[in-house]
Write a new protein. Structure first.
Length: 624
């Protein structure tokens, strides 16, 4: 199938925009490759330290420097359900590496906070910055320079983007991402959302709510809704960084263990010591990034990736922006309905055909680049297959040719929507993104007076006092990266959803984020520039009429240009966001953070435009 013309044009635009910065990145990767990617370039003292604690047999292999040594970077902790299964993975990996004559060492752990635990709490103000801390932690783990490849063990929100950003600094090394899989289905997402709303309305006590939540989140594995964590996993598939079909196999099952072992064997085969050298820098190129955006849109994925994908791309010298998301969303059909865009959970999606089905449908419509290099050594078409066990060995078979449930998964010829349901809003309040795939058509245009808040708890307090029984647009300001670390405001969803169900026209406008599990209420989020950077949202006053029009792609306050020009941005007291729960340690991060559209990264001091264009061949041979 020929490429869709919009996909081809956006890819061309991104490639041209990134020409200088991408060439500079690849030049540095080539320099690292030439310097040596194995233990051969370290001193005897260095090397002795690196294998001092290894068993005798592993020491012999490591001394000879002929077989690959795999570095394991893991986000394991046993508080976070999605990462608790990783406790068993290092031993599985080490055994599998030995089977192919390689070694594997646990290179380092990275922090892994759970947004589900910190949601609505002060700790949530560290969440976004944890991504960049994870990237730095990954770099520290790999900085020992004794590894020929890396396996990245991570699943959840900021963790996979952080691991990938960190690994890209070692783009001369092959990298395979190893997921743990989703927990088995518990209380349905619809029932969970209903009980949260009843609690917000005072119709349910805390004990009943906790019991419901405990039945929803009940065991090891990823939360089963389609938030940022499961969006991460689909993106790793469509970028070719997983083994095909690895994303949504549940933990602690024979197939899950076999896939983990297979990942170790595969990464050992693609190091510079063999004939199939596949460095990360060649896998993650402009076409892979475009594929990721398309995959996100086609499945109704998390708006957090309008930040994370930008940051990931920049780490590889690739420059994307929200206009790219917006243009692709206009032509990418919505093929999946998974909560919050529907009632089904990720296990239902997987059973109906899953990632392989979606990738095949998008390829058949010319909406994905097939001519990419993946960690399998094959094109993206390999990812239209799903894994199965043949004894103890993983083999692959074609994904189902028809959906197992067309209320969950549909073909590109008969989608749920002809567009991807994520749009950019523009107007005199700045630029923002809105996810409309879960918003009913009747709620996509809201024009109402503004009610201005500088803290999400103030919104909830006003709701509990009965002051929000009206049409309004909640403007929650000073929630950007520089103000307070850009926490998710998912705690507002039950209250605003209750008001919308009561017949009121309500919307949220904020320079903060919403959870990947949000979507019922129209929300213009990530408004840029943020208020603390002088963004116009800081000029809004109570009673100003705001029009949010998701259909037209506009976000405007109806104030005369003369009056608007005279107003100044408010300057609230943000001192309470600077201390407690470790927030004092992140003052420099807040000060350095880029805008949301630039990825909200703290690595903003690096000028990605500084690299001169270079026609030279990178990575010895054809650059993908």
């Amino acid at each position: 199938m020929a490429l869709h013309p919009t996909l081809a044009e956006i890819t061309r635009r991104v490639t041209l925009r990134s020409e200088g910065s991408r060439a500079g990145y690849l030049r540095r990767v080539e320099q690292a490759r030439v310097a040596g990617t194995s233990r051969g370039r370290v001193s005897c003292t260095n090397l002795a330290h690196a294998f001092a604690a290894e068993p005798a047999a592993s020491k012999l292999v490591l001394r000879e420097i002929r077989a690959p040594n795999i570095g394991i970077v893991s986000a394991y902790n046993d508080m976070l359900s999605a990462h608790q299964p990783f406790a068993r993975f290092p031993e599985l990996i080490k055994r599998a590496a030995q089977e192919v004559g390689a070694t594997a060492q646990f290179a380092g752990g990275v922090p892994a906070m759970c947004d589900g635990v910190t949601q609505g709490q002060p700790g949530m103000e560290l969440s976004l910055f944890s991504r960049d801390v994870i990237a730095m932690s990954t770099a520290i783990a790999l900085s020992h320079g004794v590894f020929d490849a890396v396996l990245c063990l991570g699943v959840c929100d900021k963790i996979v983007p952080g691991l990938l950003i960190g690994a890209l600094q070692f783009g001369h090394l092959p990298a395979v991402f190893v997921p743990a899989g989703p927990m088995t289905s518990g209380l349905s997402n619809d029932d969970k959302a209903r009980m949260r709303q009843q609690f917000a309305e005072g119709k349910l006590d805390r004990a009943a709510l906790l019991e419901a939540e405990s039945r929803a989140y009940h065991g090891p594995g990823t939360c089963t809704f389609y938030g940022t964590a499961n969006s991460n996993q689909f993106l790793m598939e469509v970028m070719g960084l997983h083994l095909p079909g690895a994303a949504f196999v549940t933990p602690n099952t024979p197939l899950r263990d076999a896939l983990t072992s297979a990942a170790a064997r595969r990464v050992a085969q693609i190091t510079h010591l063999g004939d199939h050298y596949t460095p990360l820098a060649k896998v993650l190129n402009e076409r892979a990034i475009i594929n990721a955006i398309v995959g996100l849109l086609a499945t109704g994925g998390s708006t957090n990736h309008t930040i994370h994908l930008v940051a990931i791309a920049r780490a590889a010298g690739i420059i994307i922006n929200w206009d790219d998301f917006d243009a692709l969303s206009a032509v990418v059909p919505l093929l999946a309905r998974i909560y919050p865009n529907g009632s089904a959970d990720i296990n239902h999606f997987h059973a109906a055909g899953g990632a392989g089905f979606v990738i095949r449908e998008l390829l058949s419509a010319g909406l994905l680049h097939d001519d990419v290099l993946t960690v399998t050594g094959k094109s993206l078409s390999h990812f239209t297959e799903e894994p199965t066990l043949n004894g103890e060995i993983v083999t692959w078979r074609p994904a189902p040719v028809s959906s197992g449930d067309d209320s969950v998964l549909r073909t590109a010829a008969a989608p749920f929507s002809t567009d991807g349901g994520m749009r950019v809003l523009r107007g005199n309040l700045g630029r923002s993104v809105i996810k409309v795939s879960a918003v009913k058509a009747a709620h996509r245009v809201v024009e109402a007076p503004a009610l201005v808040f500088d803290d999400q708890d103030d919104v909830l307090a006003s709701f509990k006092r009965g002051e929000l029984q009206r049409d309004f647009v909640a403007v929650v300001r000073f929630q950007g990266p520089r103000a307070n670390g850009m926490p998710e405001l998912h705690k507002l969803t039950p209250a605003l959803g209750s008001l919308q169900d009561a017949g009121f026209h309500v919307a949220l406008v904020t320079d903060g984020r919403m959870s990947g599990a949000s979507g019922k209420v129209p929300a213009a989020i990530h408004v840029s520039p943020e208020c603390l950077a002088g963004g116009p949202l800081g000029k809004v006053r109570n009673g100003d009429i705001i029009r949010l029009d998701a259909d037209a792609g506009t976000l405007e306050v109806k104030v005369s240009p003369e009056e608007w020009a005279q107003r100044v941005v408010s300057t609230p007291d943000l001192s309470r966001n600077q201390f407690g729960m470790g927030r004092e340690l992140f003052q420099s991060a807040r000060a350095a953070a880029l805008t949301a559209e630039e990825g909200a990264s703290i690595f903003g001091t690096i000028d990605i435009h500084q690299f001169e264009n270079s026609p030279e061949s990178i990575l010895t041979g054809t650059t993908s």
